[in-house]
Design a protein. Structure first.
Length: 244
């Protein structure tokens, strides 16, 4: 399944993991400063102010948020050049609960109940189940809606990109490189509105060259769904197969 299930499992866990200050400034790195970040910004004070503002705004916004609902468009670009575009609705709730309902081009359901993850394609007679721990390390906060980890400790490098076009004019794109992560995960891009601090887009890069992009729209902040939305009840005749 082009490692699709694993990427979405990592995303689900990470989307529900941030409370502490996520970024270090200027251009946080583990051992050394990256001077390339300053070639477009001659005044390092301006650059630091920009990062400080993003840090404070993101922290205040998402550390207090109890839930989110949104429409999403997902674009997967495989290392072999294959492209898959899908869309649907997502609901997130603390802690580590998520429901990804795919509606186009094929109906699929991805649910995390906080302990286990279920994946089901409506046209099939089998669903898969795996534990969150088996699917992804919940301490790796490479996506940060409703989370709780300290990203400065989890990432070796965090910076503002100037060579990545934002979906919306005026947005800022951050690149985050994890200190430790599932072997295939390389880095993350996060697009943020610097006025509202809303996360608009997230892109996961794998080491093999694959890319998974999520574009969020119609975002409802502090949307708290009932727990029943995060329970998987298999349709009649559908068998659940455990993995990991």
């Amino acid at each position: 399944m082009y490692n699709y299930f694993k990427l979405l499992a990592i995303l689900t866990v990470s989307l529900t993991n941030l409370q502490q200050s996520p970024f270090s400034v200027p251009a946080y790195t583990s051992n050394k400063v990256q001077p390339t970040l300053y070639f477009l910004l001659s005044d390092s004070g301006i650059f630091q102010d920009l990062l400080d503002n993003l840090i404070e705004g993101l922290q205040q916004k998402y550390s207090r948020m109890s839930g989110i609902a949104a429409s999403f468009t997902q674009l997967y670009q495989g290392a072999d050049g294959r492209t898959i575009r899908e869309s649907g609705q997502v609901i997130l709730k603390r802690p580590a609960k998520a429901r990804w309902e795919y509606t186009s081009p094929e109906r699929k359901l991805f649910i995390s109940d906080g302990k286990n993850i279920y994946f089901y394609v409506y046209s099939e007679t089998q669903a898969t189940k795996s534990s969150i721990k088996a699917s992804a390390d919940p301490q790796i906060p490479f996506l940060f809606l409703l989370g709780r980890s300290n990203l400065r400790k989890e990432f070796t490098r965090i910076e503002i990109l100037n060579d990545e076009r934002a979906i919306d004019a005026g947005n800022k794109v951050l690149r985050l490189v994890p200190r430790r992560a599932p072997e295939e995960f390389k880095k993350l891009l996060v697009e943020v509105n610097p006025s509202t601090f809303q996360v608009r887009r997230m892109v996961i890069f794998e080491r093999n060259g694959a890319r998974m992009e999520f574009l969020l729209s119609a975002i409802q902040e502090n949307y708290v769904a009932p727990d029943s939305q995060f329970r998987f009840v298999p349709p009649a005749g559908v068998v659940i197969k455990s993995q990991g």
